[in-house]
Design a protein around this ligand. Structure first.
Ligand SMILES: NC(=O)c1ccc[n+]([C@@H]2O[C@H](COP(=O)([O-])OP(=O)(O)OC[C@H]3O[C@@H](n4cnc5c(N)ncnc54)[C@H](OP(=O)(O)O)[C@@H]3O)[C@@H](O)[C@H]2O)c1
Length: 388
């Protein structure tokens, strides 16, 4: 089989850099690191090449806003990885990827991206291309964890996934474009979870008295009990159909810090309702200031699945934790683990797919550990109460 050529758009960004490094270490693919800053792309390519003695990484100037630049960049490529904050240019990217006949994986979390990809889904399938979207950690991991745990039960009753993301924002330098994309998601934030056998929308008032989830003390710095709000992820939607009898499932996101949660987030939501487009840049700056100013250690990113059900007629349960101290590494590793399955063809199917549903979950979780994440599985005693 010939060696794959992978172009990583945003390959030197916060998520792109560890993803590029992982692909360099774990595959023999030719990597093309791309973005608008050729110097940054070249510098990472040089570092990788000189560390290994093999010239497998190269740099390319690409601007996702410019369809001609995308088309030219993809002419000699097999797989496009989108690790850039370019949700607004999704149509350009998808059209160029289809024209070039490449496979695709993105780590972008944005509803506008998903809507565009869904419009192109029939063309993607007809072209025989494999497009994987919602890659990374969240989205990307929660439903994969449920698929991994489900075979451990004869009947799965509840499968809730929560996350704690505590980052030292002062040490990070997300670009204004990335912050704007991040804050734009507040406009589309849906507090939707599956409870008592149906999808239910929580009211905004529930933000005043959020639920909590216990993240325990045994993994990472021991975050203990944290606030958690339901956050709709498309990958959770198919789960009740996949596991008949499932009464409760959802993804629940923890807070940032007290000031951002109680003051800035509600202000941003109100501000973006009044001025959806004009409000974005100032709200992105407010968010960045608030995260920089009020975030405090301990830092780390943790995902926890609480799965409950029955096994051989007895109540059964399992908690699964996935942790890394670096919030970008925990994003890059699942994307790399998914790409390993795409590159060897085992997860390659024509059409538009979600990362969490296309991966083979046993190998996926195994690869998460091999690639550097902590994965801790805690079976619960048979007498553990069922939560639904
Ligand atoms: N699924 C998950 O778990 C997860 C977690 C974290 C982040 N993300 C997503 O990952 C994406 C990147 O986030 P990040 O934090 O890594 O951002 P970042 O550090 O700001 O990096 C963004 C990268 O995109 C490139 N880029 C921006 N605009 C571009 C354009 N028009 N054309 C080509 N390249 C462009 C940037 O390079 P230049 O500006 O030099 O062009 C940079 O390399 C975001 O969409 C974010 O939502 C997903």
């Amino acid at each position: 089989m010939s060696v794959s050529r992978i172009l990583i758009l945003g390959g030197y960004g916060s998520t792109g850099r560890p993803l590029t490094q992982l692909l360099f270490q774990t595959t023999d693919a030719q990597l093309i690191i791309a973005g608008r800053n050729l110097t940054s792309a070249q510098s990472l390519a040089d570092t990788l090449n000189s560390g290994s003695g093999a010239a497998r990484a190269a740099a390319r100037h690409v601007d996702a806003a410019d369809p001609a630049s995308l088309r030219a960049a993809l002419s000699d490529v097999d797989v496009l990885v989108v690790a850039s904050s370019t949700a607004v240019y999704t149509e350009n990217v998808v059209q160029a990827a289809l024209a070039a006949g490449v496979d695709y994986l993105d780590v972008i979390f944005a509803q506008e991206k998903m809507a565009i990809l869904q419009r192109y889904a029939p063309q993607i399938e007809a072209a025989g291309r494999c497009f994987i979207t919602d890659g990374g950690f969240h989205p990307g991991l929660p439903a994969a964890l449920v698929r991994y745990a489900a075979p451990q039960f004869d009947q799965l009753i509840s499968a809730n996934v929560g996350s704690v993301i505590k980052m030292d924002w002062r040490a990070l330098h997300p670009s204004p474009g990335t912050m704007t994309e991040f804050v734009a998601e507040f406009m589309d934030f849906q507090m939707l979870a599956y409870e008592n056998g149906r999808w239910q929308q929580k009211s905004w008032l529930s933000m005043m008295k959020p639920d909590t989830m216990d993240f325990g003390r045994e993994v990472g710095p021991g975050f203990g009990r944290q606030y958690s709000l339901p956050m709709y992820l498309p990958e959770m939607r198919p789960l009740p159909d996949l596991y008949p009898g499932l009464q409760a499932t959802g993804f629940f996101v923890g807070g940032f810090n007290w000031f951002t949660d109680w003051f800035v987030s509600p202000l941003i939501m109100a501000g973006l309702k009044l001025a959806p487009r004009r409000g974005l840049p100032p709200m992105a700056r407010l968010m960045k200031w608030s995260l920089n100013t009020f975030s405090r250690p301990p830092y780390g990113t943790l995902l926890k699945l609480e799965a409950r059900g029955f096994k051989q007629g007895q109540p059964a349960g399992v908690d699964i934790f996935v942790f890394h101290e670096d919030g970008y590494v925990i994003t890059a590793v699942p994307a790399a683990a998914c790409l390993l399955q795409l590159l060897d063809g085992s997860a390659r199917r024509p059409g538009l797919h979600l990362q969490a549903h296309i991966v083979e979950p046993n190998r996926f979780l195994n690869d998460l550990q091999t690639l550097g994440l902590t994965v801790h599985t805690k079976p619960l005693p048979e007498t553990h109460p069922i939560q639904s």
